[in-house]
Design a binder for this molecule. Structure first.
Ligand code: HEM
Length: 250
């Protein structure tokens, strides 16, 4: 793969279209690479240890409990919600006209983080859906997990979850095509991610949330995201303006 020279312009183009070839950082010294490598090993070890401890704690608590699939399903749902929130927040920050004011973490790291969050969100959504669909007492089943109005339990709120899962898959799949199809094709479709978040928000608030702390979580995170989205869409990028001009000429 040919190396792309690192210029302000090439970096900006890569931020605008993550599918492009990543510029190679040439200025990193051997000591910096070692420090980064060691920091990465430390972070992975710490997170793996924390995950192992939490999984052990969780399994110990729900082992032998008839409600285990439901508890795991709910926990996975809340985790997926928080990951999706991080994913959408990062997406708005990445496309925000003010993004150039923030230099750290680098644009490349922010995009890598965005992709990783998408993968983890998908993993926890799958866990959430499988746990609830296979729970005999949840009233979801295979039909409820795949089809709108297919669940016996709160059909409308659960349908919002089903639709959000399909919208999220559409947003993720089109982003995976970035670089192979034109930015003008995949980028407008990728914005479906905001609709997916809105549907998930309604789904979480209406189908679960018998806990005041969770209700507060939905309220605060929803309000925060609305403020961020308004600030992103009120301040238009030069790319948005030229796209709007091209569109108005057609
Ligand atoms: C096929 C798609 C989906 C189905 C069938 C489904 C099913 C359900 C059901 C039945 C509940 C109620 C659990 C209870 O009894 O309290 C629930 C709650 C929830 N789901 Fe989903 N869901 C789906 C998609 C999603 C997605 C995509 C997310 C997030 C990314 C999500 C996040 C949540 C959250 C946060 C709750 C509320 C947990 C609580 O407040 O207790 N769900 N879901």
């Amino acid at each position: 793969m040919a190396a792309v020279p690192v210029t302000a312009e090439s970096t900006q183009r890569w931020v605008d279209d993550p599918g492009l070839v990543r510029p190679t950082p040439r200025t990193r010294t051997v000591r910096q690479r070692w420090a980064r490598g060691l920091a990465l090993v430390a972070v992975v070890t710490a997170s793996a240890s924390a995950t192992g401890w939490l999984v052990g704690l969780g399994v110990g608590r729900v082992a032998g409990n008839r409600q285990a699939p439901w508890i795991i399903g709910r926990a996975a749902g809340v985790t997926a919600y928080l990951l999706l929130l991080g994913l959408v927040v990062l997406g708005l920050v990445l496309s925000h006209p003010w993004r150039t004011r923030v230099s750290r973490p680098s644009a490349a790291t922010r995009i890598r983080l965005h992709v990783s969050l998408a993968a983890f969100t998908l993993a926890f959504v799958v866990l959430h859906v499988v746990a609830l669909a296979t729970d005999r007492y949840a009233g979801v089943g295979l039909r409820g997990a795949l089809l709108p109005m297919g669940a016996a339990y709160r059909p409308v709120p659960v349908t919002l979850g089903v639709l959000s899962a399909y919208a999220g898959l559409l947003a993720g799949t089109t982003a995976a095509l970035a670089g192979r199809v034109s930015h003008r094709v995949w980028w407008p479709i990728h914005k479906v991610a905001l609709v997916a978040f809105l549907l998930v928000w309604l789904h979480g608030a209406l189908s679960g949330s018998d806990t005041p702390a969770l209700r507060l979580l939905y309220l605060l995170t929803g309000a925060g995201l609305v403020v961020l989205a308004l600030s992103r869409y009120a301040a238009r990028t030069p790319a948005d303006r030229s796209a709007a001009m091209v569109g108005s000429r057609r």
